[in-house]
Design a binder for this molecule. Structure first.
Ligand code: NAD
Length: 252
């Protein structure tokens, strides 16, 4: 397992209450970072935060809907007030709605785009402002292999479009903020075993496994080393990159 020295680094993870966010938050803390758990589900986020405190790191659970610019600003303000700086922002909260494009309601389309794309912009912007002032910081946005390919058999056009947009938003911010020593990268997981995927119908899951060179879903722990790499100071020339971690899925 890759390790990294994140002692004295502060981080937040959106969507940190469960799934990929929770696992990455615990991974950052295991490597020395203080980690704020940011989620719309405060009760579950608080339990993850308690786990991090039990590891001897500082943590706080922050209730925040990433679609609200005010919530997001208040979240970053609180971290700065309590910890004085923000080194690592993992903008990871996201949802998927599986509905045929011809049947999608305006509200369904808006919900996916608001959380997956606008939420990543609001959080990147609030974190970026602080990091520009600090002249240092790393932003990592969770995109998806769905930003590169169209998943089948399930319909998810809004999700795919939102994730493709996250990849180019990330590159755009990387270019704007490179002169300020702020690095911005995205992580594109393939199918990972979390509530988002495990709740899918069995026919979908068996099709995914048949199509996957690895023949299995990844587990969230297999994303931690990718995030540690992107977050590490030694990755100082890595910005504007989309790191695909998908068991070979998008290679065929
Ligand atoms: P998950 O559903 O297990 O967890 C998502 C978390 O985000 C939850 O804790 C939820 O409360 C939180 N959240 C939802 N809406 C929010 C909002 N408006 N504000 C704040 N928090 C909110 O999902 P996951 O599988 O852990 O996915 C995490 C990220 O990884 C998502 O962006 C997802 O699109 C992406 N992803 C997942 C997979 C996969 O196979 N699981 C693959 C590629 C990308």
């Amino acid at each position: 397992m890759i390790t990294s020295n994140l002692e004295n680094k502060t981080a937040y993870v959106t969507g940190g209450a469960r799934g990929i966010g929770k696992t990455v938050a615990l991974g950052l803390a295991r490597n020395g970072a203080d980690v704020a758990i940011v989620d719309i589900d405060l009760e579950t986020a608080s339990r993850v935060s308690d786990e991090i405190k039990a590891m001897g790191r500082r943590s706080m659970a922050i209730s925040c809907d990433v679609t609200s610019a005010d919530d997001v600003q208040a979240m970053v303000d609180r971290i700065i007030i309590e910890w004085g700086k923000l080194d690592i922002a993992f903008n990871n909260a996201g949802i998927c709605i599986n509905v045929a494009a011809e049947e999608m309601t305006p509200a369904q389309w808006k919900k996916v785009i608001d959380i997956n794309l606008t939420g990543v912009f609001f959080t990147s912007q609030a974190a970026g402002k602080v990091m520009i002032k600090q002249k240092s910081g790393v932003i990592i946005n969770t995109a998806s292999m769905s930003g590169h390919i169209v998943n089948v058999p399930q319909p998810q056009s809004a999700y795919n479009a939102s994730k493709a947009a996250v990849i180019l938003l990330t590159k755009s911010l990387a270019v704007e903020w490179a002169p300020h020593h702020v690095r911005v990268n995205s992580l594109s997981p393939g199918y990972i075993a979390t509530e988002m995927t495990l709740s899918a119908p069995e026919e979908w899951k068996s099709r995914w496994l048949e199509m996957s060179p690895a023949g299995r879903m990844g587990n969230p722990e297999e994303l931690v080393s990718a995030v540690l790499y992107l977050a590490d100071d030694s990755a100082s020339f890595t910005t504007g990159t989309d790191l695909v971690v998908d068991g070979g899925f998008t290679s065929i």
